[in-house]
Design a protein. Structure first.
Length: 311
């Protein structure tokens, strides 16, 4: 199909080592964001109270998603730990949604109330100080946006379906309408998610992107397995599985980080105003939960953003 052919190593984006909060929680701040009025960051799986996904002799983990594998009280305690690491106060309200891979947006009001019920959607926006807006991920891409002039913030959950539905572009449009935001005043951060090094997909995903974006095919790469045995004896590893679903190369792999970066640029943000935090959830299992890498048996992380209440 004429896609770039690359090795897995060429497509990996590593993140910087996490920051360790005063309570021991490991999390990722946004490089270069030093706005005194703003809270923002991304969780990892390290240093929490969860036992469902780790070995008996391993430290507890920081699952932040309500999950049948874990009691709700443990998850809520983990959320308080993460809020404390980011804001300094475990009582900071954390507002999240029931995510449905949509482009539905919800405005968070005072005290964490939201503008619609039930609270389903994949984007949260607010001008209210003292709240942390949160999106949950375990491979999907978390995108955080802040308006430096109007002091408004937003958080978006962008899996491949939400990306095709332009959740981020829709969210920037809502910020312009609701808060008077101007694209030149916005900054954005794209957090850890499954990278193009690991996200093999089928032809149906390619078709969806090509139908929605003029540059859709530019988001895809052909990735070859670098196993020397498979390279020497390829016939031994033939399968009847569809392209993108086989565990041998070449496979068709999509770059959701770049897809959402381009949406931010198309929405009017300057390229230099967009920070890519890095980190692949699938190939860094020591740091992140991954739904795909663990075959669905995974906790959840969060990307959070908020306006400090004392500035």
């Amino acid at each position: 199909m004429g896609f770039p052919r690359q090795a897995i190593e060429e497509l990996q984006r590593r993140c910087k080592p996490p920051r360790i909060g005063a309570n021991g929680v490991a999390w990722l701040p946004v490089p270069g964001w030093s706005y005194p009025w703003l809270w923002a960051g991304f969780s990892t799986r390290r240093q929490g109270l969860s036992r469902a996904w780790c070995a008996e002799d391993a430290p507890g983990e920081l699952n932040l998603g309500l999950n049948p594998q874990e009691d709700a009280e443990t998850t809520l305690a983990n959320r308080r730990l993460f809020a404390e690491a980011v804001t300094g106060d475990p009582k900071t309200p954390l507002v999240s949604l029931r995510q449905i891979h949509s482009r539905h947006l919800v405005t968070a009001l005072a005290d964490g109330e939201v503008s619609s019920r039930p609270a389903k959607g994949d984007g949260l926006l607010t001008k209210q100080p003292g709240l942390l807006l949160a999106v949950q991920t375990a491979d999907c891409i978390p995108v955080l946006v802040a308006d430096r002039r109007n002091r408004a913030v937003a958080a978006f959950h962008a899996g491949w379906r939400g990306t095709v539905k332009r959740i981020v572009e829709a969210g920037i449009g809502r910020m312009r309408l609701e808060f008077g935001s101007r694209p030149e005043d916005l900054v954005a951060a794209i957090g850890p998610g499954i990278g193009p090094c690991c996200y093999a997909v089928g032809e149906e995903v390619l078709s969806e992107f090509e139908s929605q974006f003029q540059y859709g095919s530019e988001l895809f790469h052909e990735v070859y397995d670098s196993d020397p045995v498979r390279e020497k004896y390829p016939m031994l590893f033939l399968t009847q599985r569809a392209p993108g679903h086989s565990n041998i190369g070449p496979s068709l792999q999509v770059d959701l980080v770049e897809a959402n970066r381009r949406q931010l640029v198309d929405a009017g943000l300057k390229a230099r105003s967009i920070k890519i935090v890095g980190g692949c959830t699938a190939c860094q299992p020591e740091l992140f939960f991954s739904h795909r890498a663990s075959r669905g048996y995974a906790g959840r992380m969060m990307g959070v953003i908020g306006i400090r209440s004392n500035t």
